[in-house]
Design a protein around this ligand. Structure first.
Ligand SMILES: *Cc1c(COP(=O)(O)O)cnc(C)c1O
Length: 501
């Protein structure tokens, strides 16, 4: 097995300047599928031993995997990829298999590394001092983190309305707490909130129907209509959580325009006892871009996010650590504790008075992976400057893709089709576009992905199919992206025209 690491690395290696295919060869995918054990055979579960199994994994399964980490042009979803130092750290995580659930400072450094990583992130993202974010933890992703956010919001907006103020929803349960507080409805106010927000609303008992979209306009549906928020907050016997999309996953745009919007929302939330949750899964990283004019709109749009009550961040996207990795921040450790306390398990107590809480009392999981280590490693390795450069590279690559699309002439159109996409400055890391010809547009995603040079997601805009490019890999390369996209889109349009003649 000592050879295993070397063999894995060799199989996953990509030569400098090269791009791995975005999708597996269809034959290899079929072969991988056929190699899975046949449940009807009597020797179905006979052990093959580690050596034969490693051969099976590398020879049969691996060729059936996609290139999302290895390509640099896998621009589907928002997948991130894995920096080599993060992969190394993740191997240490497996090799040492720590269970990071109880803070045991005399027995392992793991919880302190986790806290150091969280504190470094606060500094990197200019969110304020660690004492202002006592509630902080790692979880599985932005979905998990949004669940934490809505759970904390639910806890806070209800207890604020219970007369003696000391009873927690975690203790009473949602129904009894709402009756005591005279609450008839809890609503989640947002604009183009990520789909996982509705999932989170369901999980924490608010219901998917509690998510209310308050778009500023048809032209800018990602923008939150703050006047509408104010009206909603005034409803009698209704408690509200304001969920800010920073940014929105189809367009990369932001729900708030900057500091003034956030200040106004903060005032409103305080006045009406509402909670502000920011879903900054990928968008919050725009705050690490260098202070250059070309990034001014992105820096402005992400200003003021630090005024929220809770914040979701994804590690496995822009931070380029392996799946799965999510981060959550909130103001008070006690809010997390009211919801996630794992009571009456004396054998799990750390017995230590410390600012670091046992993770099992402040998050969803009890047993947990040492997810913090790859984040710690990336931040140690790259520092502020390295992170800033990496973000810049991703934004420049998305802008190169947008320019390539514009340079194709009339065939394709950037979305939204208005002056905001006519220049680069609003392009963050997502590029949305479509073909003008409906016929070509209906097969565009398929044609691009078949080419196996770049990979995109299908989306929709204004009720019509659209193509979404999301750049989130450290391998992003603006010049290469421009050339590949321009050439590929030109060829696809020509081939389509010929097929119509
Ligand atoms: C990706 C994403 C999510 C969901 O995150 P997972 O890490 O897939 O759980 C939530 N919100 C936003 C804005 C996202 O981009």
């Amino acid at each position: 097995m000592s050879q295993a690491q070397r063999r894995i690395r060799e199989s996953a290696a990509v030569a400098p300047g090269e791009h791995a295919p975005t999708l597996p060869d269809p034959d290899k995918l079929a072969h991988a599928r056929a190699s899975l054990p046949d449940t009807t055979r009597t020797d179905y579960l006979c052990g093959r031993g580690p050596e034969a199994t490693l051969d099976h994994l590398l020879d049969d399964i691996v060729p059936g995997l996609n290139g999302q980490n290895r390509s640099g042009r896998y621009w589907g979803f928002v997948t991130g990829s894995t920096l080599p130092i993060a992969e190394a750290a993740d191997n240490i995580v497996s090799a040492y298999d720590q269970n990071v659930q109880v803070h045991l400072p005399s027995q392992t450094i793991a919880t302190e590394v986790e806290d150091a990583a969280l504190t470094m992130l606060l500094r990197l993202l200019r969110l304020g001092e660690p004492e202002q974010w006592e509630g902080r933890t790692f979880t599985t992703g932005a979905t998990g983190s949004n669940i934490l956010g809505l759970a904390c919001g639910r806890e806070a907006v209800i207890t604020a309305r219970v007369t003696n103020g000391s009873e927690s929803v975690g203790e009473l349960g949602l129904l009894r707490a709402c009756v005591k507080a005279g609450i008839e409805e809890i609503q989640v106010l947002t604009s183009m909130g990520h789909s996982s927000l509705s999932k989170a609303a369901s999980v924490v008992g608010l219901g998917r129907a509690s998510v209310k979209l308050l778009p500023f306009s048809d032209a800018e549906p990602w923008c939150l209509d703050i006047d509408a928020v104010e009206r909603e907050l005034q409803r009698e016997n209704v408690a509200s959580i304001i969920a800010i999309s920073a940014g929105e996953v189809n367009t990369g745009r932001f729900a708030t325009a900057g500091l003034e919007d956030m200040k106004r929302l903060r005032r409103l939330a305080d006045q009406y006892r509402a909670w502000i949750h920011v879903d900054g899964a990928f968008g919050v990283f725009a705050r690490v871009l260098p202070e250059k004019e070309e990034y001014a709109p992105l820096l402005a749009a992400t200003a003021g996010l630090e005024l929220c009550d809770s914040l979701t961040i994804d590690g496995h996207k822009f931070l380029n650590v392996p799946y799965d990795n999510g981060i959550f921040f909130t103001r008070k450790a006690s809010t997390l504790n009211d919801v996630f306390k794992n009571p009456n398990a004396a054998y799990l107590s750390s017995g230590a008075a410390s600012t670091i809480q046992s993770p099992l009392n402040i998050g969803l999981e009890n047993s947990r992976r040492f997810r913090a280590l790859p984040v710690y490693a990336v931040l140690m390795s790259e520092g502020k400057q390295g992170m800033s450069r990496m973000m810049e590279k991703m934004v420049l690559t998305a802008r190169a893709v947008a320019r390539a699309i514009r340079s194709c002439g009339d065939e394709y159109v950037l979305l939204p089709d208005d002056e905001s996409t006519a220049s680069d400055e609003n392009v963050h890391m997502v590029v949305l576009f479509r073909a003008r010809d409906d016929g070509l547009n209906s097969v565009l995603v398929q044609r691009i992905n078949e080419g196996n040079e770049w990979y995109v997601s299908g989306s929709s805009w204004d009720g019509k199919p659209a193509v979404r490019v999301a750049v989130s890999s450290w391998r992003a390369d603006a010049e290469d992206a421009f050339d590949v996209v321009k050439k590929s889109l030109g060829a696809i349009a020509r081939a389509y025209k010929e097929s119509q003649e």
